[in-house]
Design a protein around this ligand. Structure first.
Ligand code: ZN
Length: 93
């Protein structure tokens, strides 16, 4: 029998990332700048202070959204928690 929830934590993590990507795509406008390379993303994660690029080319925090409403690529890729997602699901207290 096929089970949607895999027992493998890596598979669950991938499913979670995919879900976050879909949420980010539905929540934010389409990217206006080209996708970063893996090297770009690694450099952003290593940068001090944290510095990433939003999907319109602005500089933002790794989990930041620029003043135009575009999220960092790490949010778009589901690699960091989307700050707005926590606001949406803030009903559980
Ligand atoms: Zn911007």
């Amino acid at each position: 029998m096929y089970s949607k929830e895999s027992a493998d934590p890596r598979v669950r993590q991938l499913a979670h990332i995919k879900q976050m990507q879909e949420l980010a795509r539905s929540r934010y406008p389409s990217p206006t700048s080209p996708e970063p390379s893996q090297g770009d993303i690694a450099a952003w994660c290593d940068a001090t202070p944290q510095d990433a690029m939003a999907t319109d080319g602005c500089h933002v925090d790794l989990d930041g959204v620029c003043s135009h409403g575009y999220p960092s690529w790490l949010i778009m890729y589901g690699l960091v928690a989307d700050p707005n997602q926590e606001l949406d699901s803030g009903s559980k207290q």
